[in-house]
Design a protein around this ligand. Structure first.
Ligand code: UD1
Ligand code: MG
Length: 455
């Protein structure tokens, strides 16, 4: 194997995304629980770039923060004024000082690009073809730059829609915008690009003509159109969401999960699902969820930021919020909400329960309607429940409070003090029974009614 060329990635993300009608930069909108920019950076990461430069617009510090959260060493460069894709790449030059390898240019608003496509594009670059363009066959090429080939099929130019002739407009081989180019050639040709075109912008696509004029060749890598859909509107964002969902559902099934009704299950880009997991219809899985083997997720459950161990059963109608850690073989039933709480192995909370900021030991049973009162209006407090505890129905555990192993809490209790191991705690009004009272009362009432009737 020849030594791999070092790679640098430049992500263009300076667009505001006016058509999104949003207060947030376009690339920070999310699909499948991940920002558009993060999708691109995650795919790019598999090419193991030595450097990453993200071109952001002015006044959008969140873009830089997001880039660094994913690619820790990313350099953020600001394009003060939008003057075209070539101008945007030029902004990356400082960040790439001293880099001598292949530069990949990607768009921050084209999130479906697969890692394999990015590496194929990078590998298309050679001594003979120091520039490679990623093209695709468009069902409707309108609006895209067209790839112009000579008679022997070699790429000779990219023509932007506004600059095409009628004949060229019929070409369906289009420019994705993604290129790979040797750094040396890039910095040599970039200053020669002018804005002498219909939009008066500096077009990165002019690199093709310039490379050919130098007597060098331009390689073409192709990918399916579905990978290079961009996002300009909310409707396009929804399309991207649905394409990503289809991809992730398929992956989950390929990896051994049963999705009874795939279209009604929503996954996130980072969802991890084990083997022999069954997911019933209408389940939403948000970011940061890990699901072990042999887990059942029943209908209408909403799960985010949770870790679910092997053999657990969740739902129907369960809500797992961030920090929920569900132990092996535990059962979380209908209308149960778990937040920032560890549920021990084999423990059960089967109905109508809220467990927040808590730990529940192995095999403990939480009765219907039991809740942890974790918030005093100002602060959150912890509830510690040991192993083998029985918490009766409708118990309120007023945190902070500890409930010892193998203790028993009577139904309807309001627990404000620690319960020792093996003890019974009852904290409710005592029952008073008055023998025959109801019968006497009934007779009294009946007699009164009769008297009124006689008057
Ligand atoms: C570009 C290509 C076109 C291709 C199409 C694919 C050029 C000249 N044209 O056209 O051949 O078919 O993409 O979608 O490259 N950006 C900046 N700063 C700028 C300009 C653009 O950061 O000054 C970013 C945008 O935010 C976007 C990307 O670069 O992420 C592409 O820009 P866009 O305006 O969408 O280019 P198109 O006109 O669609
Ligand atoms: Mg575009």
């Amino acid at each position: 194997m020849p030594k791999r060329e070092p790679i640098a990635v430049v992500v263009l993300a300076a667009g505001k995304g006016t058509r999104m009608r949003s207060d947030f930069p376009k690339v920070l909108h999310k699909a499948a629980g991940r920002t558009l920019l993060a999708h691109v950076l995650h795919s790019a990461a598999e090419a193991k770039p030595e450097r990453t430069v993200v071109i952001s617009g002015p006044g959008m510090p969140e873009v830089g923060a997001e880039a660094r959260a994913i690619a820790g060493d990313a350099v953020i460069a600001i394009q003060e004024k939008r003057q075209g894709t070539a101008h945007a790449v030029g902004i990356a030059q400082d960040g790439l000082k001293g880099f001598d390898g292949t530069v990949l240019v990607l768009y921050g608003d084209v999130p479906l690009i697969r890692p394999e496509t990015i590496s194929a594009l990078a590998q298309a670059v050679s001594e003979e073809s120091p520039l490679a363009v990623l093209g695709f066959r468009a069902a409707n090429p309108t609006g895209y730059g067209r790839l112009i080939q000579n008679r022997s099929g070699k790429l000779v130019a990219i023509r932007e829609e506004l600059d095409t002739t009628v004949d060229e407009r019929r070409i369906d081989l289009c420019n994705s915008g993604f290129i790979a180019i040797k750094a040396k050639l890039l910095w040599e040709l970039l200053p020669r690009i002018t804005n002498d075109n219909a939009k008066h912008e500096y077009y990165l696509t002019d690199l093709v003509g310039l490379t050919v004029a130098e007597g060098r060749q331009v390689a073409l890598a192709e990918c399916p159109e579905a990978e290079v859909h961009g996002v300009n509107t909310r409707a396009q964002l929804a399309q991207i969401e649905s394409l990503l969902q289809a991809r992730y559902r398929q992956e989950a099934m390929d990896n051994g999960a049963t999705l009874i009704d795939p279209p009604s299950v929503f996954l996130s880009a980072d969802t991890e699902i084990g083997k022999d997991v069954t997911i019933e219809p209408h389940v939403v899985i948000g970011p940061h969820v890990r699901i072990g083997d042999n887990v059942e997720i029943l209908a209408f459950s909403h799960i985010e930021g949770a870790a679910i161990a092997d053999g657990a059963r969740i739902g129907p109608f369960a809500r797992l919020r961030p920090g929920a850690e569900i132990g092996k073989d535990a059962h979380i039933g209908n209308f149960v909400e778990i937040k920032k709480a560890r549920i021990g192995e084999g423990a059960k909370a089967n109905h109508l329960t809220y467990i927040g900021d808590a730990s529940v030991g192995a095999r403990s049973n939480i009765g219907a309607g039991a809740i942890t009162c974790n918030y005093d209006g100002f602060e959150k407090h912890h509830t510690e429940i040991g192993a083998d505890v029985f918490v009766g129905s409708n118990t309120a555990l007023v945190a902070p409070v500890n409930v010892g192993d193998a203790s028993n809490i009577a139904a309807g209790s309001v627990i404000t003090q620690d319960v020792p191991a093996d003890a019974l705690a009852i904290a409710r009004g005592q029952q008073v029974v008055k023998a025959g009272w109801a019968k006497k009362y009934r007779e009294l009432k009946k007699a009164k009614k009769l008297q009124r009737g006689k008057r």
